[in-house]
Design a protein around this ligand. Structure first.
Ligand SMILES: Cc1ncc(COP(=O)(O)O)c(C=O)c1O
Length: 386
């Protein structure tokens, strides 16, 4: 059961009735329904939502209502969170680094059956904690493609040449072996999936047995200003076509772990302009708050809309540098943002596409923090988008 949150028909009425001093994060339920339906219809396999992208219970409830049934979790608290909201939903413990005994508890208390390792040493730790005869263990393979913004293979994954031995050891442990890769986050070219599947094929060709499950991870990107990416369907096509080339068991299934693609589009951040110094603005949120993900390679700004006196405000624009409120020298958003030239303190900015890697990683550094999350109910309202 998900607790109800405050509701407003649109951002204008939020601003007119509350005039919030702290940032407000707005959830657009209809946008989450649309994107989830599109993803579930298009992806050629089982969809596991990557909880890390946005663990907000209201959003999890919306994804469930729209048909998401499986959850990729990276810790026991994420598993517990899903268990509270959706006790029946299968939870997958998809990280090779776990707190001691977490796998044991995940299996005993929460019925988790799917785990991942990327090294023999991790496998021997895992098999101490779980009943392998009722488990699937994915061997995670390191793959890198230049179009991936965050190269996850630098920290995780076994080199392809070590994969056959790792998969054989998983099989010897009594668990069902399976293969996973995660080419990166914000993957800007669907070819990355075709390439990763070709590396997968070279591993599978060396195995004396066939696998049933291939997990192609996350990475499906969203467009941001100056960061325009191909449509989702091109990624689905790349996965579908390339999985067809793999030597797999007859009842084989492909799994995907989208985070950003599902989490990003339905949430916005409404912030107040506190101070203007020529072309520098200071707002009440920043790089230690909702915008922390801009520290990572990839998009360097979000789509934005301006409000004055509770109404959208437009006009001739110029580029502004946007600064957060803390004392830290790094609290500046990387991209310059075009905004009306007459913008002034007391105006509000609504940043769209903010739902992924935002709520989950903000801090209360310097005492700046907001937990006000509201729902925007009018179905014709859309967050700013590119
Ligand atoms: C194992 C794993 N799965 C899925 C994801 C989700 O990735 P994305 O949000 O790019 O779809 C990540 C992101 O870091 C990940 O590490």
């Amino acid at each position: 059961m998900v607790d109800a949150i405050e509701e407003f028909a649109d951002v204008g009425s939020l601003l007119r009735t509350v005039r919030p001093k702290d940032p407000v994060y707005c959830i657009y339920p209809h946008v989450y329904s649309e994107i989830t339906t599109e993803f579930l219809k298009g992806f050629p396999g089982r969809v596991l939502y990557a909880v890390k992208a946005n663990p907000n219970p209201t959003i999890l409830g919306l994804l469930l209502a729209a048909g998401v049934r499986h959850f990729d979790c990276a810790s026991l608290p994420e598993i517990e969170l899903i268990d509270e909201i959706a006790p029946e939903a299968p939870k997958y413990f998809m990280t090779p680094v776990r707190i001691r005994d977490a796998a044991r508890t995940a299996q005993k208390k929460h019925g988790v059956r799917h785990f991942v390792v990327d090294h023999l040493s991790g496998l021997s730790q895992l098999v101490e904690e779980i009943d392998t005869s009722r488990s699937v263990i994915f061997a995670r393979m390191a793959v890198h493609h230049e179009s991936a913004m965050e190269d996850l293979s630098v920290r995780f994954g076994a080199p392809p040449e070590e994969m056959p031995a790792l998969l054989q050891s998983i099989r010897d442990s009594g668990a069902e072996p399976a293969l996973a890769f995660n080419v990166g986050s914000s993957v800007t070219d669907p070819e990355a999936y075709r390439y990763s599947m070709s590396v997968t094929k070279s591993v599978l060709d060396k195995l004396p047995f066939r696998l049933r499950l291939i997990d192609v991870g996350g990475g499906y990107p969203k467009s941001y200003p100056d960061f325009i990416v191909p449509e989702l369907e091109q990624y689905f096509k790349a996965v579908e076509e390339s999985v067809g080339t793999l030597p797999l068991a007859d009842n084989a299934e492909v799994l995907g772990e989208p985070g950003r693609a599902l989490a990003a589009p339905g949430m916005s951040a409404v912030v107040e302009v506190l101070l203007r110094k020529d072309s520098r603005l200071y707002i009440n949120d920043g790089m230690f708050g909702i915008f922390w993900v801009l520290r990572i390679d990839g998009p360097d700004r979000f789509p934005v809309r301006t409000y004055r006196n509770g109404k959208p405000h437009e006009g001739e624009t110029m580029e502004f540098q946007i600064n957060g409120p803390t004392c830290d020298a790094t609290d500046t958003l990387p991209g310059l943002v075009p905004l009306p030239t007459d913008i002034r303190p007391g105006d509000y900015l609504e940043f769209g596409n903010i739902g992924a890697y935002s709520i989950g990683g903000r801090t209360n550094y310097n005492g700046f923090y907001s937990d006000r999350i509201v729902s925007i109910t009018s179905p014709k309202e859309r967050p700013p988008a590119v």
